[in-house]
Design a binder for this molecule. Structure first.
Ligand code: NAD
Length: 478
């Protein structure tokens, strides 16, 4: 199977004739060939978006929201296909790709449709004048997404971007292109005007960078790694493109002795290992109050060892495969580094799996203890099924340890003392904190990080703000 770009309402081949082979992470088998688009393809896609912009941006917000509803309806019809493709492409368990990926992809379009229908013009009265603020579209946008939540994250950008009147060129991860292709089939089938959404497949070096550098791109919404984000930021800066960066994380789960023990074990396991620990919000450094440290550690190991690792398409599977051989090597590198840094591996390693999976990218979840909070393993983003355990006594010492990372995306605090949880939240250098839960999302709230975890916020009105330009009109009274 060979994928195609989607430009100006047509599926079309790439100019270069070059391909990337997309492999199934669980089996190592080929899924499809992915086009490597070059600057010529990228320019064509941008021109198509530019051509569509005047008419699309003239639609009323309500008319555009109706298109988002049509896309949501179409995706809902394709719900099971989304889940199957996402599981095959990423190696994640099918139960997860149904409950999270397919579900949220539909929900993102519905949510932004409702938000846009409910938008109101803000007014500021003066003694002798009235100001009113209108949110105008920006122009043509580049939407660049990673492999861990492919359609979930792409739809999170496409819906508010086109809903606010922009036209876009999408560049999904070359490792997981299948559901971006499905989205193009969906918009094609519902007859969305040509050029409103375009898609170029390809790698970062050739395709992604050509897109960001192009002078006809007015804004860039990027989700991915911090190192890539920094390159994207430098290339967008010279022409003052509006920029949103959602980058890496190294998040803490903080467990106090007064927590609800069983619920906290379940929550910390979920936060550490959901999607094989390949979610930017995963809590991969677990700080446990000294008096329950041993009990908590032992229960955690038991709970992790009970998780079922294997066939992503099996309904009972808890943990699937890692995205690629390179990524598996990265996790193995960090588990060796943990030992070099003085840590002890409490569980994890090579799982025993049927022959069908011998060429896949597998590792059983790893728990490490005994590392300093200053070790690389407890500060750097690993982005896989590996967590480090740390003991704490005092709150002041805890804050110092938790903030000792360049990242600042999310975190969770587990305690019955909600006042303490709220107080502590404010001392943590991060964009988001959950108390007694994790990844409990209300799509209206701001999403994003501080420090190396990103610039700007998406979600709810923050997305509508990013994907538009606020313009003030001041009318002097007679
Ligand atoms: P990545 O940075 O390697 O790639 C992300 C996307 O950028 C891909 O589409 C890639 O092709 C493209 N790209 C690569 N180089 C580029 C360049 N020079 N110019 C333009 N585009 C380029 O990230 P990844 O490995 O796909 O994803 C994992 C990372 O994403 C992790 O660090 C994770 O924390 C982060 N992430 C963050 C969030 C968030 O919301 N903060 C969400 C999901 C993932």
């Amino acid at each position: 199977m060979q994928l195609m770009n989607y430009i100006n309402g047509n599926f079309c081949p790439q100019a270069s004739g070059k391909w990337i082979t997309n492999l199934n992470p669980a089996t190592g088998e080929e899924i499809c060939k992915v086009p490597v688009s070059n600057s010529k393809d990228v320019k064509e896609a941008i021109n198509s978006a530019k051509k569509a912009y005047p008419n699309w941006s003239k639609n009323t917000p309500h008319e555009r929201a109706m298109w988002l509803d049509k896309i949501a309806n179409k995706l809902e019809e394709m719900f099971e296909e989304i889940a199957q493709l996402e599981s095959m492409d990423t190696g994640k368990p099918i139960s997860l790709s149904r409950s999270v990926d397919a579900n949220r992809s539909v929900a993102n379009f519905r949510f932004f449709s409702e938000m846009i229908k409910g938008m109101e013009i803000e007014e500021f009265e003066m003694k002798d004048a009235t100001n009113y603020v209108i949110q105008k579209p920006i122009g043509v946008g580049a939407l660049i997404t990673p492999w861990n939540l492919p359609l979930y994250l792409l739809s999170w950008k496409v819906a508010p971007a086109i809903g606010m009147g922009n036209t876009v060129v999408c560049k999904p991860s070359e490792l997981t292109p299948m559901t971006a292709d499905l989205l193009m089939r969906a918009v094609d089938e519902i007859g969305l005007p040509a050029g409103v959404i375009n898609l170029v497949h390809g790698n970062g070096i050739e395709t992604g960078s050509s897109l960001v550098e192009d002078s006809d791109i007015d804004f860039v919404s990027f989700t991915g790694g911090t190192v890539t984000g920094s390159k994207v930021a430098s290339s967008a800066a010279s022409s003052f493109k509006k920029l949103s960066l959602e980058l890496g994380g190294k998040n803490s789960s903080i467990v106090f002795a007064d927590c609800d023990f069983e619920k906290t074990i379940a929550g910390v396991v979920r936060s550490g290992f959901l999607n094989q620990g390949q979610i930017c919000l995963c809590g991969s450094r677990i700080f446990i109050e000294e008096e329950i440290y041993e009990d908590f550690k032992n229960s955690l190991i038991n709970a992790v060892e009970e998780m079922k690792i294997g066939d992503p398409l099996d309904e009972e599977t808890d943990l699937g495969a890692l995205i690629s051989k390179e990524h598996l090597k990265k996790i193995e590198y960090y588990s060796n580094l943990a030992i070099e840094e003085g840590g002890v591996l409490l569980t994890g390693g090579v799982p025993c799996l049927p022959k069908d999976f011998e060429n896949g990218n597998w590792i059983a979840p790893i728990i490490v203890e005994g590392l300093s909070y200053e070790s690389r393993c407890s500060k750097e983003e690993i982005f896989g099924p590996m967590v480090t355990l740390h003991k704490f006594k005092e709150e002041s010492e805890l804050i110092k340890m938790v903030n000792n990372t360049r990242y600042g995306l999310a975190g969770s605090i587990w305690t019955k003392d909600i006042e303490r949880g709220r107080r502590l939240s404010e001392s943590i250098e991060t964009g988001m904190i959950w108390i007694n839960t994790w990844l409990h999302r209300d799509l209206r709230v701001p999403f994003g990080g501080v420090k190396d975890s990103g610039v700007g916020r998406e979600g709810g009105r923050w997305s509508l703000g990013f994907f538009s330009e606020a313009m003030n009109v001041c009318v002097k009274q007679e």
